[in-house]
Design a binder for this molecule. Structure first.
Ligand SMILES: Cc1cc2nc3c(=O)[nH]c(=O)nc-3n(C[C@H](O)[C@H](O)[C@H](O)COP(=O)(O)OP(=O)(O)OC[C@H]3O[C@@H](n4cnc5c(N)ncnc54)[C@H](O)[C@@H]3O)c2cc1C
Length: 307
């Protein structure tokens, strides 16, 4: 039987020290790694390098707010994120709809980011909210926007000796009047997304002019798509049918032509049309309900309402 070294550090410093000496595989929840290293039924997965299990490091399991930002420890699980009222709504939605309960109890946010799958659920909200990752090695620490850290399909900007320690999300939610998150999967639970669209919009105080608008979509290219150029089409203007169509078409333009074109494209266009027209309808009617969701009112038990 082949053997690999398995480290289980007790502190973050110990983990970083190990990483500086041994280029080992970081294992958090293991929900991606155990699948990618599987052999066959009933046979243990095979790892070619040493493995370091980090899921129980206390320093990277905390969720707290500081300086107008939400800090989420790298080893926080989807369940912990979904249940924590400090976490912004879009991210709680995404975390609450990942896999099934057992998976959500083990899958971590850093694992979801570092896996760099375009179908990963948390990058959509993280791109939308301008989130950053904190990265540490034994000698240095640095920060990078999640949208830069994920370079492309299965490629991240992580150097040997480094690990993600925290995800930082600016708390801009109160700046949004209307929010939207919609995941299309084969089932309502335990389904990898076919496409997920996250959106948020803010009007100028008491007015009809759009102050901020954001839209991101997963599973529509080699990584999550978001473009400030597309969003700028409607920022500073009043929502009209022509502008909605312009935004929908412009977003379509940034989606990879290889991303199963028509189904994913049409879903994104429909979501954008639905969100922008409903936001304008609610604004004109004085309807302050924030959440605009195309899931026919369906929510996973325990899924968060808007704060
Ligand atoms: C049945 C099933 C259903 C699933 N459903 C969904 C779903 O609905 N939505 C979804 O998005 N995903 C889904 N996934 C994929 C997976 O669960 C997620 O990507 C999960 O978040 C991975 O986290 P983890 O902690 O298990 O990662 P691991 O498997 O432990 O690691 C994944 C990668 O991240 C790296 N890594 C982990 N932590 C760190 C760190 N701190 N610093 C640097 N690198 C790190 C690892 O080295 C590895 O390369 C599913 C998987 C399964 C098996």
């Amino acid at each position: 039987m082949e053997e690999v070294t398995c480290y289980i550090p007790r502190t973050l410093d110990e983990a970083l020290e190990i990483l500086s000496k041994d280029d080992c595989t970081i294992l958090a929840g293991g929900s991606d790694l155990m699948v990618s290293h599987k052999r066959t039924i009933g046979v243990d997965p095979r790892f070619s390098k040493s493995v370091m299990i980090i899921r129980n490091l206390p320093e990277i399991r905390k969720i707290y707010t500081e300086g107008g930002e939400c800090h989420i420890g790298a080893a926080s699980t989807s369940s912990e994120i979904a249940e924590n009222p400090l976490v912004p709504w879009h991210l709680r939605q995404a975390a609450s709809r990942m896999g099934a309960v057992a998976l959500r109890n083990s899958a971590t946010i850093a694992g979801n980011i570092a896996n760099a799958s375009p179908k990963g659920d948390t990058p959509g909200p993280l791109y939308l909210l301008d989130a950053r990752v904190k990265i540490r090695s034994a000698k240095e620490s640095r920060e990078e926007p999640v949208s830069d850290f994920i370079v492309k399909f299965r490629e991240i900007d992580l150097k040997p000796g480094e690990m993600i320690t925290e995800v930082v999300v600016p708390l801009s939610e109160d700046d949004f009047d209307y929010v939207f998150w919609h995941k299309v999967g084969t089932r309502k639970a335990n389904a990898i997304s076919k496409v997920t669209v996250s959106m948020a919009l803010k009007f100028e105080d008491g007015g009809s002019v759009v102050r901020d608008f954001r839209v991101s979509a997963t599973a529509t290219g080699s990584k999550t798509n978001r473009s400030r150029d597309v969003e700028n089409i409607i920022i500073g203007k009043e929502i009209s049918e022509d502008l909605i169509e312009e935004v929908a078409e412009a977003f379509d333009g940034i989606i990879s032509p290889r991303a199963m074109p028509e189904f994913r494209r049409e879903t994104c266009r429909r979501c954008i049309r639905r969100f922008l027209s409903e936001a304008e309808r609610r604004r004109a009617a004085g309807d302050r309900r924030k959440m605009i969701d195309t899931y026919d009112g369906y929510h996973m038990p325990g899924a968060p309402e808007v704060r």
